[in-house]
Design a binder for this molecule. Structure first.
Ligand code: GCU
Length: 411
């Protein structure tokens, strides 16, 4: 009998449509994004733009991501390869060296596909990748990372085979829907390991300048790299640079949110499974927490951020305010049902928490406090959300939602 009851309980649990929302989290109260630090309430767009947004940006810069530098000393672009024959003639491929300094000691390699079937400039998706451009596709013409570049990556870095991450980059689907798509390996901008900020663009931009608690770190460097790629896209006549969506998965989803916050030229922002320090509400302390992320990845955020380890309720902001930095531009937050480490419920609630800022601009936002069912995408005003069934990843299902969301705003 006891066993039968246990079985019924397990069966019920497994069949719960919103199993992700049934998990307990720390009780919490979120800061009101429309309340200034001095207690005044923001009532107008102007007050948001002139006062509250800068106040929050200052908080996020000084306490979390660090202060990103300005333009690179000598940004210039060299086309390494170009061909109209990609994917059987569906797209033109361009591979470009985006150099940050005159001597080209610091650069990334951008891979871009532009649909050949176009009448004028097209909108685009831009995002960094984890394993190299060659790992995002079967396209045999995509350049492998050079030994010179590889020497700067983490010690023992293993070069992936072609296409190992192809499922995350549904190029043909994206191109057929009329979008260009561009990507680069995040290690090109700042290798993803902690070496005291001697490598990557920190060295170029900071030299021997002493670091402090607010110095920019690796996530802000990746976001800075995304902005340099947007500079390149602005110079391409086949791209409509006023219609570029910035996208990222996981640590790169944290990055796309920060890129969208710091660079308002990005027209639309997508966070795929960004989790802790991305879209997930920190005060819930569910899945990954600040203590854990700062310990495991000490190079991602500025060192002031560690002051909130285990003290999330003391943060003067929470992650819904990072989402609010994107307002009034469209924002999409996606989760995966098995990705409890990234706290899908907390990711959803950061949209709900930012809705009042979208309302201020005259747009509706997601306000329903019931977490949507798995694979029931929700779009309200300029906010979008879904929970894909399955693991921490990017899949065709995710791209289908992103493309249809982008179709509303970028076409
Ligand atoms: C780890 C980390 C997460 C991160 C993820 C990823 O799981 O704890 O914060 O999002 O890696 O980038 O894949």
């Amino acid at each position: 009998m006891r066993n039968t009851l246990r079985l019924i309980a397990v069966a019920l649990l497994l069949s719960l449509p919103f199993a992700v929302s049934a998990q307990p989290a720390n009780p919490y109260e979120l800061p009101d994004p429309l309340r200034m630090e001095d207690g005044r309430i923001v009532r107008t767009k102007r007050q948001w733009i002139k006062e509250r947004r800068p106040e929050l940006m200052e908080m996020l810069r000084s306490q979390m991501f660090g202060r990103e530098p300005g333009q690179a000393p000598d940004l210039h672009f060299t086309v390494l390869e170009e061909s109209p024959d990609a994917f059987g003639g569906l797209a033109t491929r361009k591979q470009v060296k985006v150099s940050f300094d005159k001597d080209e000691n610091y650069y990334l390699i951008l891979l871009m596909y532009v649909p050949n079937d176009r009448k004028g400039p097209v909108p685009a998706f831009l995002g960094a990748n984890f394993k190299g451009n060659h790992a995002t596709t079967t396209d045999p013409a995509v350049l492998m990372p050079t030994p010179e570049k590889l020497a700067t990556y983490a010690p023992g870095y293993v070069v992936e085979d072609r296409n190992t991450n192809g499922h995350r980059w549904e190029y043909e689907y994206i191109l057929k829907h009329g979008y260009a798509v561009a990507t680069f390996c995040y290690n090109d901008v700042d290798p993803d390991f902690h070496d005291g900020f001697h490598n990557g663009v920190h060295q170029l931009m900071d030299g021997d300048k002493p670091r402090n608690g607010e110095s920019w770190a690796t996530i802000s460097a990746w976001a800075w790299g995304l902005s340099r790629c947007l500079d390149f896209l602005e110079a391409q006549k086949e791209i409509d640079a006023r219609k570029v969506a910035v996208i990222g998965h996981s640590r790169l989803g944290k990055t796309s949110l920060w890129a969208g916050a710091t660079d308002q030229r990005f027209a639309l922002v997508i966070s795929n499974d960004s989790g802790c320090s991305g879209a997930a509400i920190a005060r819930r302390k569910f899945g990954e927490t600040l203590d854990v992320i700062n310990k495991n990845f000490p190079h991602w955020f500025c060192t002031n951020y560690t002051a909130y380890n285990g003290r999330e309720e003391k943060m003067p902001w929470d992650q819904h305010e990072l989402i609010a930095m994107i307002a009034p531009r469209p924002v999409y937050v996606a989760s995966a049902s098995e990705d409890s480490w990234a706290d899908p419920v907390g990711e959803y609630f950061s949209l709900v928490g930012a809705a009042s800022v979208y309302n201020l601009f005259g747009y509706e936002g997601i306000t329903d406090r019931t977490v949507p069912e798995i694979e029931h995408p929700v779009v309200v005003g300029r906010m979008g959300h879904h929970i894909r069934r399955g693991e921490h990843n990017v899949r065709l299902y995710d791209w289908q939602q992103y493309v249809s969301f982008a179709d509303r705003f970028l076409k």
